[in-house]
Design a protein around this ligand. Structure first.
Ligand code: ZN
Ligand code: ZN
Length: 345
């Protein structure tokens, strides 16, 4: 089968690797239908987020059709349409035992698409607890957004607004920015999305929850109560503008050093918080929100590209693998899905 494998920054290749089959009794092997390109993947490929193990198959936001199950699997059968939870945890390390499974140190080797072979491939192998059956009425395309939405569920749980009238802003209209807008809206807030790329702004405008709007920049008059920065770029600039009791959440994974006045944090009762990954049922919650139609995941997909054309998929997000450069997205792009096989539905 084909698999998008990582060697080092900018050195990724569509390699021929052996087909995967079940090994253990609890194994499930999935024929991948769709796997989304994540900001993490852009960071790995471009070298900005150096976390991947050389030789690994990338990709962690996937859905597909079960091909094989181990002898002990009773909950899932070949032919089932499933979404994959790519974030196992050991349950034994100090992080897991103290309520922080998203920082499990025992999962090294099982972080899909980073240190364990991921789903930019014809097949993916996992265990039965980490696949969920997708109802017939839900497209596998939409189900592929469960993992990024799960990360957003984790983050939104940490935002505890003093009032639902708080002025709320999301910086960046990529997939996470739009998913944050939807989740903050479900929480009762009315977020404004700020996006400087005209193409992305256009794409976002008719994909926002009721009452929300998308603008090209913050104005000096904006009174900032809650800011979710998906870009890593705005802490230094915006912290002095945060209203007392405000919350600045930073979820970007771009290295960026900021100089901030620590006095402001105490004097204005500010919260500066971060968030990553799935935590405590967030994956199941995200899956429910997609299955029930509360979050219109499928509408956030801008491109669906065959795996063989992965360079086009990355390029649509501003990551030009041939030129080894990362820039602004050249077109209206949001969630880009790669399609390894013929199982699209
Ligand atoms: Zn992701
Ligand atoms: Zn652990």
């Amino acid at each position: 089968m084909k698999a998008l494998t990582f060697a080092s920054a900018w050195n990724v290749d569509l390699a021929d690797v052996p087909d995967l089959h079940v090994i253990g009794d609890d194994d499930v092997v999935v024929d991948i239908a769709y796997c989304g390109i994540c900001g993490t993947d852009l960071g790995i490929v471009s070298g900005a987020y150096p976390v991947a193990v050389p030789g690994v198959t990338l990709g962690h936001e996937a859905s597909g059709i079960v091909a094989e199950v181990g002898a002990g699997v009773t909950t899932i059968a070949p032919g089932d349409r499933v979404v994959i939870n790519p974030t196992p945890y050991c349950g034994r390390c100090r992080m897991c035992r103290t309520g922080r499974i998203n920082h499990c140190v025992g999962k090294h080797g099982t972080e899909s698409g980073v240190s364990y072979d991921g789903a930019f491939a014809g097949r993916y192998r996992t265990t039965s607890a980490f696949v969920h059956r997708v109802p017939d009425h839900v497209p596998l395309r939409a189900a592929a957004l469960t993992e990024p939405l799960s990360c957003v569920v984790t983050g939104v749980r940490k935002i505890q607004p003093a009032s639902l009238a708080m002025n709320t802003y999301v910086i960046g209209a990529g997939p996470l920015g739009l998913l944050y807008a939807w989740m903050l809206s479900l929480k009762g807030l009315t977020p404004t999305v700020v996006e400087r790329s005209p193409a992305r702004l256009d794409f976002a405008r008719d994909r926002l929850p009721a009452g929300s709007r998308a603008v090209a920049s913050l104005s000096d008059a904006d009174d900032l109560d809650i800011v979710v920065d998906t870009t890593s770029h705005f802490l230094e600039e915006l912290l002095p503008r945060m209203a007392p009791g405000g919350t600045f959440m930073s979820i970007g994974l771009k290295e960026r050093v900021a100089a901030i006045d620590t006095m402001l944090i105490g004097d204005r009762s500010l919260n500066i918080i971060g968030s990553i990954d799935s935590l405590h049922g967030s994956f199941e919650e995200a899956f429910h929100l997609i299955v029930s139609g509360r979050v219109p995941a499928e509408r956030l997909i801008s491109h669906t590209v065959p795996l063989a054309d992965y360079r086009k998929g990355f390029a649509a997000l501003g990551c030009d693998i041939d030129a080894r450069s990362v820039g602004a997205a050249p077109e209206a792009s949001c969630k880009v899905l790669l399609m390894p096989g013929e199982h699209g539905a």
